[in-house]
Design a binder for this molecule. Structure first.
Ligand SMILES: Cc1cc2nc3c(=O)[nH]c(=O)nc-3n(C[C@H](O)[C@H](O)[C@H](O)COP(=O)(O)OP(=O)(O)OC[C@H]3O[C@@H](n4cnc5c(N)ncnc54)[C@H](O)[C@@H]3O)c2cc1C
Length: 388
């Protein structure tokens, strides 16, 4: 595989750099370089800027409002945008349900839902996991019962990331409790979060933040027109979606940008003079380079209608381990500043730095859980790649 960029790719990279220099608001990039997480509002501001340029959905076909970029162009954009300190857009609409509707949805659904996903007018969340149905997702119990032109949905979803901001949720529900296999009785439906009977309750994670929620669905009416594809085929669409989710959680562009930032901080604090620390950093960079090449090799093999399959599990596993190692080294660089709370001199507890402090490290524990835990990815790799 030739990894050098062609003249056309170099021209594209220059175009991306020029766009970032002229359009990424300095206060938003400053958040990244101050080692803080981008807020939801900063992320959405960037979404609107990308939408105005026509770059918000690089991987969607042009016919549906995407940029139609090649995988290499997407990689170049991602790497450049993250290095410049841009927020990473949330995947739920653009990477998950959008592509599902493009592939499996009806014309009416595409016309209704794709434009506000692109414009950012409607924000989406993912309603798959339930208490007792995470790794064993097929055991989900949230049920949808047909009633005239509607389904009546009753149950609970959990760990729903940014559900507090969402107008819509794509959810897996049980439509046939008597199916011969649990996977065959599941459908995918689109639920308006403003419907009567929807209640969103925050879950505060170990880093003290509100990323995720419980969502309670109490006899929520969902029009039958919001069924995606065919009834009881939801498992097939979910598998398609999860393979795509795992590719994106490898998060190569962001991890590379974070390593560069970490290296700068380590140099400024004299940590690179410590041979043990320096060796660990070099190991991390080497593994990162190997992941990037593997990611590119894999993405270049994907074409229309071909998903990443079990290889996406490998990327998810490796990518999230690397992200956790970044936060571990960042804590070491921060030293005492990594403490989650500090006294502000007036007797008040003040929050410590997020990106390179305990907050980032604590939240990174979730990386090897969401999108399917590492143990589950290893099971998939051992069965489908190693044939064990
Ligand atoms: C921060 C965060 C955000 C999330 N966001 C979303 C979201 O937006 N939407 C959504 O639907 N879900 C979301 N999830 C849920 C996520 O997908 C699940 O947490 C994940 O699939 C694991 O399921 P579980 O939590 O029920 O753990 P369990 O399935 O109960 O697993 C517990 C432990 O047992 C291990 N284990 C389970 N089965 C096996 C097995 N067969 N072999 C070996 N080990 C096994 C697991 O690896 C894990 O260590 C999120 C989770 C987190 C933490």
């Amino acid at each position: 595989m030739d990894l050098s960029l062609s003249p056309a790719d170099l021209a594209f990279r220059d175009e991306v750099r020029a766009f970032l220099a002229g359009n990424l608001p300095p206060d938003i990039s400053a958040t990244f370089f101050a080692c803080r997480r981008h807020s939801f509002d900063e992320m959405m501001r960037w979404h609107h800027i990308l939408h105005a340029k026509g770059w918000v959905a690089p991987h969607w076909p042009v016919a549906h409002g995407g940029a139609g970029w090649s995988v290499l162009q997407q990689h170049i954009f991602d790497t450049e945008a993250m290095a410049a300190g841009a927020p990473r857009l949330r995947p739920f609409a653009l990477r998950m349900i959008g592509p599902i509707l493009i592939h499996f949805g009806s014309d009416a659904q595409r016309a209704r839902f794709l434009p506000p996903m692109l414009s950012g007018e409607e924000y989406w969340c993912q309603g798959f996991s339930e208490p007792g149905a995470g790794s064993d997702l097929a055991s989900l119990r949230c049920k949808a019962v047909r009633d005239g032109d509607d389904y009546i949905v009753t149950g609970q979803k959990t760990w729903t990331t940014t559900g507090q901001h969402a107008q819509w949720m794509f959810a897996l529900v049980r439509t046939d409790p008597d199916a011969e296999r649990p996977q065959k009785g599941i459908s995918m439906v689109l639920i308006d979060m403003r419907s009567p009977g929807v209640r969103v309750q925050p879950i505060i994670t170990i880093d003290g933040d509100h990323h995720v929620n419980d969502v309670f669905l109490d006899a929520v009416r969902v029009p039958a027109g919001n069924l995606v594809g065919q009834e009881n085929k939801g498992w097939d669409y979910a598998k398609f979606l999860l393979a795509h989710e795992r590719v994106t959680v490898a998060n190569v562009g962001q991890a590379k940008a974070e390593i560069t930032l970490l290296k700068g901080l380590a140099r400024a604090r004299g940590r690179l003079d410590d041979p043990v620390f320096a060796t660990r950093l070099v190991d991390l960079e080497t593994d990162m380079a190997a992941l990037e090449i593997t990611n590119l090799r894999m993405l270049s093999q994907l074409g229309p209608g071909r998903d990443a399959g079990a290889l996406s599990s490998f990327l998810k596993l490796r990518g999230t381990e690397i992200q956790q190692r970044i936060t571990e080294l960042a804590m070491e660089v921060a030293g005492p500043e990594a403490a989650p709370w500090r006294e502000d001199g007036a007797g008040n507890a003040r929050r410590g730095p997020e990106g390179y402090g305990t907050h980032g490290w604590l939240f990174s524990r979730a990386f090897t859980v969401f999108g399917g835990s590492s143990e589950i990815q290893k099971n998939i790799v051992s069965k489908q790649i190693l044939g064990l």
